[in-house]
Design a protein around this ligand. Sequence first.
Ligand code: HPA
Ligand code: ZN
Length: 336
Amino acid sequence: MADLDAFIARLPKAELHIHIEGSLEPEMMLALARRNGVTLPYASVEAAREAYRFTQLQDFLDLYYRGMSVLIEEQDFYDLTMAYLQRAAAQNVRHCEIFFDPQGHTERGVAFETVIDGLWRALRDGERIFGITTALILCFLRHLDEASAERTLDEAMPWRDRFIAVGLDSSEKGHPPAKFQRVFARARSLGLLAVAHAGEEGPPEYVREALDLLQVQRIDHGNRALEDPALVARLATERMPLTVCPLSNHRLRVVPDLKAHPLRRMLQAGLMATVNSDDPAYFGGYVTENFLAMQQALDLTREEIVTIARNGFLSAFCDEATRQRHLLAFDAFLKE
Ligand code: HPA
Ligand code: ZN
């Protein structure tokens, strides 16, 4: 429905699940490869897009880590982040919480400081230029060991005030949340909030571990929680936000097709579902395209769309004054 499409585009939105390295479009990837003298296996932008034929998480991750190898200088991280913020603002994203993968950079010799300085400078400029509010979430790569995560948290300490939470991403199967119990406990003792990818490819048990062992305030993805009715009831009672990423789920075959996506079932079960883009440069859409894909596949109503978008602001890690300001603007938009 064309008028719902326009409504989705104009609706104020919060994005809570976006990997900044996953917003690296092939155009910028090739430009940075040239700028930094990095060799990529893609001769053109089209060839890069053509190579994105993954049908499961690990195959995507292999391309994602290869892609981020062009990010070397502080300016690269700045340019990447500014490009995302510009696109997000154009889609009426009013608040975003951005994941970054420091180990994806420090493991190949880029200093933590280079990464955080570029991201931070872009967030400051972006907030001023686009009137958007932002926050950073430091993610640990779960395919690496906990000692590496501990070292990363140590390295991050001089910039403790620049991120609000820690997260857990990368290859899920075989790397349960339990593996990172100690580093998450230390992060929490430092006043950091916590999130974790769970139940994307991994079983419902990983969602329980994220709740019980990592004590997260949000679950990233969480799709497979639906296999466990008692877990669904718990998530609903706790009003635990799920940061759902429909186009990602489709591309990584977490769902067989978009019409089979559980988003509506999540809402009907009383779950606090939000819609997000995950890795927009790889999965074919930013947050608006994710809402549009769900509206079309599931024939979402205007009311369902409003609920999902409001859930984003309700689930954000901003201070209460900022949340109220965003919710007031959201409600004012709906009255227009
Ligand atoms: N899942 C796990 N790790 C990730 C993802 C994802 O969708 N994107 C970037 N790192
Ligand atoms: Zn993700």
